[in-house]
Design a protein around this ligand. Structure first.
Ligand SMILES: *Cc1c(COP(=O)(O)O)cnc(C)c1O
Length: 414
């Protein structure tokens, strides 16, 4: 599709957008163009109401009874079943709990437990750091002495061999947005007798993800990015049903027990996906996430995915048109179908430019050493927003206002 990309064209696209009404479900501050939903999704009206209800009515009046009367106890599986619809999983294959890092520890350990005669783990150079750090932790504490092979992206496929126990990859790269071909790599892993764990942190809610059709083994992902679950929202863990019997995981807390309320000294794992739980659910965080999932499930998947493609394509075209010669280099794949719902550009002054953009109300983020990252949400962004953002960026780049000392101060969280 080609657009002339005048303001009129973009307004026309907004009028025809089947998801246009979703913007009003979010509580974005005036004057903010939010392009960081891939790092922390915004607050929705429903999440706000749901949280205050969970605090005042459920915790406030139900007290301990809430575990039964307010549906707290089955939140991990109830939310998991909602989330499964976004990632091509079946009922009973997903739990919502803990953080992505913790779930990755459990998922990779479970995969190793199914493939005990092998001990090689493969991952990617430049994967999201926590994923590599967790693998390092597994190496330190696992008794079959795993070896970890971190390979450049282009060598992953050939590195998967008959000694490989588990392949651990992030579906959409957190900087470049590059998408790994899930079907192809999963198939290669299985041909070699290996298992695969996919990290869907930047995919879920924004990119086509079909775990069961790819025959994936395990997956984990984040609740606070495109799912808009709120800061530190619980994450999720998927385990294919065929592994439920055999898989074992090391963080065998009481919520993963077959009968937690019999308070036995002896551990007996639950039968299904609940085996992957650990301890008590963070009910307040899970409440906000559930409200956000409900919003996402109201948007048709085909509409969501098509809008992400349109938003990223148009943003890229606007940058090419308005900012060429101003020092930006695209650091994401050229082809929209090869990347997820964010785009990165490199610039030698990336940090200061992003600080200047944020001051002007365009919120994206900076990733070391010189990347500016812009995220695209199908639910709360309009096509006209893109033009506003690019015009501000062009002005900052042409006037070099980013050279001002106030934009050089390094924050703790970028
Ligand atoms: C955001 C992200 C995480 C976050 O992990 P936490 O445990 O929530 O801090 C993990 N992996 C990837 C690939 C991510 O993008």
């Amino acid at each position: 599709m080609t657009y002339k990309l005048t303001r009129c064209d973009l307004q026309d696209l907004d009028r025809k957008d089947p998801l246009a009404s979703f913007k009003n479900k979010f509580l974005l501050p005036d004057g903010i163009l939010y392009m960081n939903g891939n790092s922390l999704g915004p607050l929705s009206r429903r999440a706000k109401e749901r949280m205050s209800d969970a605090v005042e009515h459920e915790w406030g009046t139900q007290l301990i009874r809430g575990w039964n009367t307010a549906g707290w106890y089955d939140m991990p599986t109830r939310l998991g079943n909602k989330l499964s619809q976004l990632i091509g999983a079946a009922d009973g294959e997903v739990v919502v709990c803990d953080s992505t890092s913790v779930n990755l520890f459990k998922a990779v350990s479970a995969a190793l437990s199914i493939n005990p005669s092998r001990n090689k783990i493969i991952s990617e150079v430049g994967n999201f750091p926590t994923d590599l750090y967790i693998l390092d932790g597994i190496k330190q504490f696992s008794n079959n002495n795993p070896t970890i092979r971190i390979k450049p992206r282009n060598n992953i496929i050939e590195a998967i061999d008959t000694e490989t126990a588990v392949v651990v990859l992030t579906h959409v790269h957190y900087v470049s947005g590059e998408i790994f071909p899930m079907d192809l790599i999963t198939r290669k892993a299985h041909e070699m007798g290996a298992l695969i764990v996919w990290d869907l942190s930047h995919s879920v809610g924004a990119v086509r993800t079909d775990l069961n059709s790819a025959k994936a083994d395990f997956a984990v992902g984040c609740g606070y990015k495109h799912l808009n679950g709120g800061p530190g929202a619980p994450a999720f863990l998927y385990a294919a049903k065929r592994h439920h019997q055999t898989m074992q995981q090391p963080l065998s807390g009481w919520f993963s027990h077959k009968k937690p309320f019999e308070f036995n000294d002896d551990y007996m794992p639950a039968d299904g996906i609940s085996k992957m739980l650990t301890g008590t659910t963070g009910v307040l965080g899970a409440s906000a996430l559930e409200a956000s999932l409900d919003i996402m499930l109201e948007a048709r998947t085909t509409d969501r995915l098509a809008k992400v493609l349109n938003l990223t394509t148009i943003f890229q075209n606007l940058i090419t048109k308005q900012c060429s010669g101003l020092g930006l280099t695209l650091a994401s794949p050229e082809n929209p179908a090869d990347r997820g719902a964010h785009i990165s550009y490199r610039h030698s002054n990336a940090y200061a430019i992003m600080q200047n953009l944020i001051k002007r109300g365009v919120i994206g983020d900076f990733r070391s050493p010189d990347y500016m990252r812009f995220g695209f949400s199908p639910l709360f962004m309009s096509f006209e927003d893109l033009l506003d953002a690019v015009e501000i960026l062009r002005e900052i780049l042409t006037t070099k206002s980013y050279l001002s000392p106030e934009f050089q101060v390094l924050n703790a969280v970028t």
